[in-house]
Design a protein around this ligand. Structure first.
Ligand code: SF4
Length: 1024
């Protein structure tokens, strides 16, 4: 037996050497089945293809029966299968990481229900989170890789005074029992005890099988004469033990690797095997990296601690380049990367698939792919970001399955109609809802019940969804196999054709289509796994299974297609590109020396297993690993390497380049000028940006640009327009095109099945206020142009609810406020305490105002409903051409407080929690108060009001900023008969204005908080 070590940096030909060694030995007469080449799982396919090609070339064709190339886990699995065969047991079962996560979450949920007393008190709030389950699985996997069983884990916890390890050990015991039970159920033999294994447990189980079956060990050792191991630095201790066991029987073992690229320390990997005192071959010339890149890699490697591994790497070919750029903001950095990638593709002709962006943390750089895609860089976002169930394409199909399983609620119906199958826009959705309401039905029933006549624009999306639901329902009735139902839904949706066509066209739409196809493929794979492993598989079971998979499913080994990969250094291992951008090299992020292992202190556990106490610095090994990670990332580039970082002192967004940036700048092939003055966002070479710049020149005011320059820009725009570049043709510019329609949103008339006739418009007092302040804002907000409900509005509701209680004392309101406060999700305790104090003050101000006004006001009711017609439709309202008729106006709302004054009139009181009172003049024309008073005059108060009284005025009571004199109050005088008539006209006109077709942007005091201000035409001139 002899063992040879082969050490070399990136691209030095280690894998090629192993492939050639296998081919040469087989050509020399060695039985191919005596060769085993172990390589990381992600590379198995490409290495196997290389070996096969090489063997076919050498032997002129032939049949290879056994896989020569395997991952360590695949080999371990084959050992377990053989052991099971020999023992007459069923074959072992594999569970995916996502499946393990699901089981762990189920078990944790059970523990939470039982009070979670087995966990330290400080960890209990975290038990229900997805992050904790993942961390727990990680800790159990690390233990399995190092052969630490649950009892040993508990012992380590006691010895090192880490109660969380004791709890994790107890949990791991319970997990093992559950896995054994799951294995036994669903097999033909009830006595079966072969457990379902996670990847981390496979190798340990294979070692046990070899240790307990001497014949099996002898057979394996006799079979493998030539053992080849690639990337040996990634092997964890259990895998290294397995390799040693096999090495003992092999005639020749070649262990290849690079200690300087050992980057899986957090998974327990180390380079032990490569340090053994056996003959060594060192490869020093990189056949991948250009000299400039190899020089920089050598420079970074030169600062690694210790003496294991190479320190000098020679490049090959022409010079190559290494650039270092520092940007003034994250936006500028993203624009720089986008511009560099587009120039490399458009000017230098580098295919998109030969460009890659490596970021230390894909989640921290979440915005980068979006910016790249927006600039016209087709981005490969695999692996899919987030769980499969969260992907829009998969979500639509899962909703179809839920409906086929017998349930569809309004929310699911909306998901289907607005998702990739229905493709209904928000405005059309609203029209559909209105039409259905009139017909006495709803979204769910129109999708699952008898078909209905609808306007053509609304019928098409409804019919698409109905057809898919019908196909899935029929499939579900014919077969119980959920895969069949899923397939029928997918096929009937027609999305495959649509997305494949988009993917072929390429660009950012193509990349999105590829992501959708990837999500659907992953969903089918999951369904396949689920059915294969579950007796009595069903659609509801599949839905539960998918919902439990909290982790993203790993993507295929290497994605195809002409896209730019954006990925982490770990995901980039084993691949290479013509040009690589290493972006976001920030201080604190790369190197990231935060101890790994979070709340369960997994890193400390590994240290304890390795015999290092708490006093040993965790930082030094992490720093070395981060440096090796940088080497690995740099080694992915063949000819060009760009490193970028942000240097910004912009308050909360302050960012400082990593020390690695200055180090790399020493090896840059061009001087780095930006350390003194970080780069602002460069103009990106993208169609939208170029068209924008040309348009700005063409449309610049007279005298602002040179006329020859303007003419040149106009010529270029004309060329781009002729080539069909979007936005270049002036005929399509905003403001220059004709209005798409002069039709109003509806016409006044007797309602029928059409979505466009309306006899009455419903207004709430707050809607009237928005309409009178700014009709355009009303239009935008009415059709989805609002943000999510903010915490401040929730808090305002709390004050209103507490103040509504009849005759409640100040102390009781405040006591209830403090109880409610504990249930409100504040981001920080200090903010919660601040706001609590402010809200106490508001309730005190309210109590004081109430006490101070009792001599003149008597409470009639609180939260008084009003509902009814305040203005009848005008005669002759319905006209064919949507003419002059005004609709009836129905008002609905709720008055905070209704009081009676000494003359017996009803006074409307509106409580405000804002801090800025309107002016006294504005209060007189306050639309909300006006409409309330009009409703009082019209006798529209509900049972708690008084339907037969005259209005006695309105008051706005501002509780948000009381002074020594108490809450500020603004008054609207009581409406007389003429005022009532005037308000009725105002309300009628406001209601009629909701039909459009023109909506005026009216600048008002609320513009600062308007959600559409950035695109508001009333503000465009001053802000452009
Ligand atoms: S910014 Fe002001 S004027 Fe413009 S839409 Fe909003 S509220 Fe109206």
């Amino acid at each position: 037996m002899s063992t040879l070590r082969v050490l070399g940096g990136p691209g030095t030909g280690k894998t090629t050497l192993l492939v050639e060694a296998a081919a040469a030995q087989i050509a020399a007469g060695l039985d191919p089945e005596s060769v085993l080449l172990l390589t990381p799982g992600r590379l198995v396919g490409s290495v196997r293809a290389a070996v096969t090609t090489r063997l076919l070339q050498a032997a002129g064709g032939g049949v290879i029966r056994e896989p020569l190339v395997r991952s360590v886990h695949s080999y371990a699995f084959s050992v377990l299968r053989k052991a099971a065969e020999r023992a007459g047991d069923p074959p072992p079962r594999l569970v995916t990481g996502a499946e393990q996560d699901g089981i762990i979450r189920e078990l944790l949920a059970g523990e939470i229900e039982d009070g979670a007393s087995g966990w330290p008190a400080q960890l209990r709030p975290a038990l229900g989170t997805a992050g904790f389950a993942t961390e727990l699985r990680d800790l159990m996997s690390r233990c399995a890789e190092r052969g630490i069983d649950p009892l040993e884990l508990k012992r380590l916890g006691r010895v090192h005074s880490r109660p969380m390890w004791v709890s994790a050990g107890r949990f791991a015991q319970q997990y093992e029992q559950v896995m054994l039970l799951r294995a036994a159920v669903g097999t033909a033999a009830p006595q079966a005890t072969v457990p379902a294994l996670g990847a981390a447990e496979l190798v340990g189980a294979a070692l046990e099988a070899l240790a307990s079956d001497a014949d099996l060990l002898a057979a394996e050792q006799a079979r493998i004469a030539l053992l080849l191991v690639d990337d040996a630095q990634h092997l964890d201790p259990q895998a290294a033990r397995l390799v040693r066991v096999l090495t003992a029987g092999a005639t020749l073992a070649v262990l290849a690797g690079d200690p300087n690229q050992a980057v899986f320390g957090f998974r327990g990997a180390d380079s032990d095997l490569l340090r053994a005192r056996t003959p060594l071959v060192e490869l020093t010339k990189s056949y991948r990296c250009a000299p400039a890149i190899a020089r920089a890699i050598s420079g970074v490697a030169g600062r690694l601690p210790g003496s294991v591994g190479w320190r000098t790497l020679q490049g090959s070919g022409e010079g190559g380049s290494l650039s270092v750029r520092v940007a003034a903001s994250a936006h500028a950095e993203a624009a720089l990367v986008a511009d560099v990638l587009r120039r490399a593709h458009l000017i230098d002709g580098v295919p998109w698939s030969q460009l890659a962006v490596i970021v230390r943390s894909v989640s921290a750089a979440a915005a980068l792919p979006r910016v790249l895609a927006a600039a016209g860089v087709p981005v490969d976002l695999s692996p899919l970001a987030g769980p499969v169930a969260g992907q829009p394409a998969a979500r639509a199909l899962l909703t179809v399955l839920a409906a086929a399983g017998g349930s569809l609620d309004d929310g699911q119906a909306e998901v289907l109609l607005t998702g990739p199958i229905g493709r209904l826009d928000p405005v059309s959705l609203r029209q559909l809802r209105r039409a259905l309401r009139r017909a006495g039905t709803d979204l769910a029933r129109v999708l699952t019940g008898p078909s209905r006549a609808l306007p053509a624009a609304l019928a098409a999306p409804v019919n698409r969804v109905r057809a898919v639901l019908k196909a899935a329902g029929q499939a579900q009735n014919r077969h119980r196999d959920p895969r069949f139902t899923l397939w029928q839904a997918w096929e009937r949706s027609g999305l495959q054709r649509r997305w494949l066509a988009a993917a072929e066209r390429g660009g950012s739409d193509g990349a999105a289509a590829e992501r959708n196809l990837g999500a659907v493929t992953a969903l089918f794979d999951i369904a396949d796994d689920y059915v294969a492993r579950t007796a009595g598989a069903s659609v509801p079971g599949l839905l539960d299974h998918v919902a439990a998979l909290q982790l993203a499913r790993p993507a295929a080994e290497v994605t195809s297609g002409e896209t730019v990969a954006v990925l982490s250094p770990h995901a980039a291992l084993g691949r290479d590109w013509e040009m690589v951008v290493i972006a976001g090299v920030q201080d604190g992020l790369w190197p990231n020396t935060t101890p790994r292992g979070g709340v369960l202190a997994t890193q400390r556990l590994l240290d304890a297993i390795d015999g290092h106490g708490d006093e040993v610095s965790a930082r030094a090994p992490l720093l070395a690993e981060e440096r090796r990670l940088l080497i690995a990332a740099m080694g992915r580039a063949r000819r060009r390497l760009l490193v970028t970082a942000v240097d910004s002192d912009g308050g909360d967004d302050a960012a400082v380049p990593s020390p690695f940036v200055a180090e790399l700048a020493r090896w840059a092939t061009a001087p780095v000028a930006e350390f003194a003055a970080p780069l602002q966002a460069p103009p990106v070479l993208s169609p939208a940006a170029v068209v924008g710049r040309l348009r700005a020149t063409v449309c610049a005011p007279d005298g602002a640009v040179d006329e020859a320059r303007r003419a040149c820009a106009a010529t270029q725009l004309a060329r781009l327009a002729a080539a069909g570049v979007p936005g270049a043709d002036p005929a399509l510019w905003h403001g220059l095109t004709d209005i798409s329609t002069d039709e109003p949103l509806y016409v006044v008339g007797p309602e029928d099945d059409s979505a466009v006739t309306l006899s009455a418009v419903t207004l709430s007092p707050s809607t009237l206020q928005t309409l009178s302040d700014c009709p355009l804002r009303w239009l935008a907000e009415r059709h989805g142009g609002t943000g999510p409900r903010e915490l401040t509005s929730t808090l305002g509701s709390v004050v209103h609810a507490l103040a509504a209680g009849p005759a409640r004392s100040e102390a009781s309101m405040i006591a209830d406020l403090e109880t409610v406060w504990a249930a409100i999700p504040f981001d920080s305790p200090w903010y919660a305490a601040n706001e609590l104090e402010r809200h106490r003050t508001m309730l005190s101000a309210f109590a004081a105002w109430r006490a101070a006004t009792r001599h003149e006001l008597t409470e009639v009711g609180t939260e008084v409903d009003l509902d009814g017609i305040v203005a009848e439709a005008l005669e002759g309202g319905a006209s064919e051409d949507g003419g002059d008729g005004l609709p009836a106006v129905r008002v609905r709302g709720r008055i905070d407080r209704l009081e009676r004054d000494p003359q017996g009139r009803l006074v409307v009181v509106d409580l405000k929690t804002g801090r800025s009172p309107v002016t006294k003049d504005d209060a007189q024309s306050h639309a909300q108060l006006g409409l309330y008073q009009l409703a009082v005059a019209a006798g529209l108060l509900g049972p708690s009001g008084d339907g037969d009284a005259e209005p006695g005025g309105g008051r706005l009571v501002y509780l948000g900023k009381p002074t020594a004199a108490g809450a500020a109050e603004r008054e609207q005088t009581a409406l007389g008969p003429q005022d009532v008539a005037d308000w009725r006209d105002t309300v009628r006109a406001a209601a009629a204005s909701t039909a459009g077709p023109r909506f005026t942007a009216r600048v008002n005091a609320g513009c600062a908080h308007c959600p559409i201000r950035p695109s508001c035409p009333a503000h465009a001139p001053e802000e452009s």
